[in-house]
Every structure is written in structure tokens, then in C-alpha cells.
Design a protein around this ligand. Structure first.
Ligand code: SF4
Ligand code: SF4
Length: 293
């Protein structure tokens, strides 16, 4: 396979070849490593940081799939790996030794293996937009490829990307899914480590450009404030086109580490009460969780 030195590359933590929950239809999802939020409730904390090559996970690997090169860089042998995730459990740095670097050409080759069965491609994370030049290049090439141009190109994002960043990808973007985790700045800062100014701007900007496919609201009873700040949240939803679907996510413990494990999970009753607050103030379509674990 031909690679050029100028070709954009991405740090990829995982590729899911079929998903029906990451945008419309059947999608290939590319999860990029690295995030600029540090959510207390993160359910994939091993995607937050880039590995610092400390080597602490090497000894826990039961199959010898991990090692450190003579240059002090962690090395992962995918053929020996059984995906037991003992290395991820051992990492105290919220990282992952199984990250791989892919060029745009290499990702296109993966997409090409599956495109007959796909509606589109979604870039997720971590925070996808931290590797925006790669995404722009990938989407451009999907859209100009005779075999792949029918695929829709979506981004799943925390919304922190400035509007100038969204402008760079807008021409190649079919839709985005954006999370809103809290309403008050203080609550958002406490929960994710940053305010939500840019997130709200992103939501409104993408909606103006008809690119907001889905707004996701996470309900963490007693910790986030989307229910107690319902008038503000409903006001934002009412400024969005009626075609934007709203997905309600219930806080659960799966994958979560640290303090958030002491928080009660969101029950079905609590979710239905939140849903009722929203539906009494807005006309949008809401997708509710099907499982509460
Ligand atoms: S994945 Fe974590 S434990 Fe393993 S080398 Fe990287 S930072 Fe260290
Ligand atoms: S997931 Fe793979 S690399 Fe990590 S500990 Fe298990 S076998 Fe080793």
C-alpha cells in the first residue's frame, strides 16, 4: 500500500466495523485516542490520554503481547493479544497501550472491506475533533471516491471544538452527535473540567447549518443539573429544528472509575421523570434508554 509523507494520520483506539447506535443506519465507527474533557463519569476513561510509555502495564499482560522497545516506546503485538483488557485495568494514567496509528489510506482500506453493508462512517473518541485534519482529509476522500461516496460522514463529539474548526469540516460533514452534560457553568466545570460555552455554541451552530443529527443529554440524578435547570435546557431544545433527535442517556456504572462509582445510577423512574419535564416543554422526538443496568 502506497503511503505519502504528507498523508494525515490518526491515533486510533478501536475500530468497530458495524454499529447501529452511532448515527443513522449501519456504521463503521473509528474511535480516536485522546480527549480534552476529563469527565468524572467517563465510561471509557482509557481513551482520555495518550500513552506516556511508562511500561507499567507490560507485566500484567498474560500473553506477552506488550513490551518496551529499545527507544523506550511501548509496543503492542495485536496477534498475541486476547483483548482481556488487563493492561487497561492496570493503567493509572487513563490510557491504553493498544492504540494504533493509521493513515487516511489505511482507514479507507478498512472502510472498503465493509462498504457494501454500511450506511456511513462515524468518527468518535475520546474526542474525535482533536484530530480534525485527519477527519477532514478522510471525509474529503470518502466523498470523492466513486465506490464510497454514498457513505454519510458523521462525527460524535463533546462539542468543545471552536466554530472555526467546524467550518473546516462542514462541507464534508453529513451530521454530528453532540453531548450536553450539564447546564450551569459551575456544574459543567466540576463534571468535565471545562465550562460549556463552546458546547452550546457548537449545538446552535451545527443546527443552523442543518448538521446537528442528535443532541445527547446525560441524566445523572443529583449530580448533573439538566433536570433542575429544565427551563434553560428546554429553551435550547426549542431553538433547534424539530428534526433534531434528542437521545436521553441514563448514568450507569459500566466502565466508570473513581468517585462516580459512588453515585447512584439513574433509574428508569428517574429517567421517565426527566423525560416528562422535557416533553411538557418541547415537541422534539426523544430516544430513551432501553436498558438500565
Ligand atoms: S498504557 Fe498506561 S500503563 Fe501502559 S505504558 Fe501507557 S501510560 Fe503506562
Ligand atoms: S488486552 Fe492484550 S495487550 Fe492488554 S493485557 Fe490483555 S492480552 Fe495483553
Amino acid at each position: 500500500m502506497m503511503k505519502t509523507h504528507t498523508e494525515k494520520q490518526a491515533l486510533v483506539s478501536r475500530i468497530l466495523t458495524f454499529s447501529c447506535v452511532d448515527g443513522p443506519g449501519n456504521r463503521l465507527v473509528i474511535f480516536l485516542q485522546g480527549c480534552n474533557f476529563n469527565c468524572l463519569n467517563c465510561h471509557n476513561p482509557h481513551t482520555i490520554n495518550h500513552c506516556n510509555d511508562c511500561g507499567d502495564c507490560v507485566a500484567v499482560c498474560p500473553t506477552g503481547a506488550l513490551g518496551v522497545t529499545s527507544k523506550g516506546v511501548i509496543n503492542w503485538d495485536s496477534k498475541s493479544c486476547t483483548q482481556c483488557d488487563a493492561c487497561i485495568d492496570a493503567c493509572t494514567y487513563n490510557s491504553n497501550p493498544k492504540v494504533m496509528r493509521y493513515t487516511v489510506t489505511e482507514i479507507l482500506a478498512v472502510i472498503r472491506q465493509h462498504y457494501h453493508f454500511l450506511s456511513g462512517v462515524t468518527i468518535s473518541g475520546g474526542e474525535a475533533t482533536l484530530q480534525l485534519p485527519f477527519i477532514v482529509e478522510l471525509f474529503k476522500r470518502v466523498k470523492s471516491d466513486p465506490e464510497l461516496k454514498h457513505l454519510t460522514c458523521f462525527i460524535d463529539s463533546n462539542g468543545e471544538l471552536p466554530l472555526t474548526g467546524w467550518d473546516k469540516v462542514m462541507d464534508y460533514l453529513d451530521g454530528a452527535m453532540i453531548d450536553l452534560k450539564s447546564w450551569q457553568q459551575e456544574t459543567h466545570q466540576w463534571l468535565v473540567g471545562r465550562t460549556n460555552h463552546r458546547v452550546v455554541k457548537t449545538i446552535e451552530y451545527l443546527a443552523q447549518h442543518d448538521k446537528l443529527f442528535e443532541l445527547r443529554l446525560l441524566h445523572i440524578p443529583g449530580r448533573s443539573d439538566l433536570d433542575s435547570e429544565i427551563e434553560g435546557v428546554a429553551g435550547l431544545i426549542n431553538r433547534l429544528p424539530i428534526t433534531v433527535q434528542i437521545r436521553l442517556n441514563a448514568f450507569q456504572h459500566h466502565g466508570v472509575k473513581g468517585i462516580a462509582l459512588t453515585w447512584p445510577k439513574c433509574s428508569k423512574e428517574q429517567m421517565l421523570a426527566f423525560h416528562a419535564l422535557l416533553t411538557s416543554r418541547t415537541q422534539h422526538t426523544y430516544l430513551l434508554p432501553t436498558i438500565y443496568t
